[in-house]
Design a binder for this molecule. Structure first.
Ligand code: DQA
Length: 155
């Protein structure tokens, strides 16, 4: 049975490739989605890729994930990571495996990037591995889904 992962991207990530290559590399958002898809292939993962510059769009998409067949979420909220309690609240409602990913090592950058308001409501965070971080994130949610399935079978 295939697994459906919602891959959410927030503001300015549509500009990858052109945006500050020294920090974010030269891969485009399409390249990022391809890396996630390839990483999911062995586990028969379907990636539903969504990008928006708007906080409310992302909140609504997370709400929809409650009953549209989504199994897990991988999210790079861009700068909303540091500010959006609304997105964090929406993710908190969603009882699915959730992994936060950042291309850059946010902890080695400006102070405002050191805090993620999303981090407390996700299972874990991957930061600083560039595009490969998405392969790690897909692997992480597949592992979380398998652990949940195993726990469910045991009960
Ligand atoms: C980012 C880090 C954020 O601080 C920044 O605002 C982004 C990208 C990353 O992937 O490294 O837009 O989430």
């Amino acid at each position: 049975m295939s697994l459906r992962i919602l891959l959410l991207h927030g503001p300015n990530l549509s500009q990858l490739g052109a945006r500050d290559p020294a920090v974010y590399g030269t891969a485009t958002l399409d390249d990022v989605v391809t890396v996630a898809r390839r990483a999911g292939e062995p586990a028969d993962v379907e990636i539903d890729a969504v990008v928006s510059e708007y906080e409310g769009d992302l909140v609504s998409r997370v709400h929809a994930a409650r009953d549209d067949g989504t199994d897990a979420v991988v999210v790079n909220a861009g700068a909303l990571t540091h500010t959006s309690h609304a997105l964090a609240d929406a993710l908190a409602i969603l009882d699915l495996p959730k992994v936060e990913v950042h291309l850059s090592n946010v902890h080695g950058r400006e102070r405002f990037r050191h805090t993620s308001v999303i981090a407390p409501v996700v299972d874990g965070t991957i930061a600083g591995f560039g595009v490969n971080g998405y392969a790690l994130a897909v692997g992480a949610v597949v592992g979380l889904l398998r652990a949940r399935a195993a726990a469910g079978e045991g009960s």
